[in-house]
Write a protein that binds this ligand. Structure first.
Ligand code: PNS
Length: 164
């Protein structure tokens, strides 16, 4: 059983994340989308809201033989990966600028859990500039994010903004 985790803040999930999930499907039997519960970060969506949105979106993905699930975690990614008996941590790389940060994380995670490999996948060029933070900023300032986040995420962002 090849089980991987795909950890992240996912505040919110973007089409760039979905692109990485789709690319990782043929590589694993099971992928757990692992949403970090990090209350210090003052997220737009609570961890429950983020997990809920992802669970609603996952059935739209043609997942073939790979089982896709979502879970939240606190603490170290390496600990969560070990607890889940995962053999890999999936991370997406959009541009060279991501590389140094990702390399440091991958090496630290390897030091913590030498048996677990980080697998980097390159996001499609069209998402090379898409990040959750940029989506939140542009949306909050009235810009369009259509096509860059799933429609459900866009409507939940609208809801959030209207409640402010
Ligand atoms: O989507 P993000 O914010 O780029 O994801 C970053 C994440 C959640 C993968 C990273 O911050 C993380 O792993 N946090 C958990 C704490 C941890 O394990 N820190 C050490 C990483 S080497």
């Amino acid at each position: 059983m090849r089980r991987a985790i795909f950890p992240g803040s996912f505040d919110p999930l973007t089409n760039g994340h979905l692109d990485i999930i789709r690319r990782s499907l043929p590589l694993f039997d099971e992928i757990i989308i692992a949403v970090l519960n990090n209350p210090d970060k003052n997220p737009m969506f609570s961890v429950e809201e983020r997990c809920g949105m992802i669970s609603e979106i996952l059935p739209d993905i043609e997942n073939g033989k790979c089982c896709l699930t979502v879970d939240s975690f606190s603490g170290l990614t390496a600990d969560f990966a070990r607890e889940q008996k995962a053999t890999a941590i999936v991370r997406g790389i959009r541009a060279v600028s991501d590389y140094e940060y990702e390399l440091r994380m991958a090496l630290m995670n390897r030091r913590l859990e030498p048996e677990i490999e980080t697998v980097f996948l390159m996001a499609a060029e069209e998402y090379s500039y898409v990040s959750s933070n940029l989506m939140k900023q542009v949306f909050t300032l009235g810009g369009r994010v259509e096509g860059l986040v799933p429609a459900l995420v866009e409507s939940k962002m609208k809801e959030k903004l209207s409640k402010k």
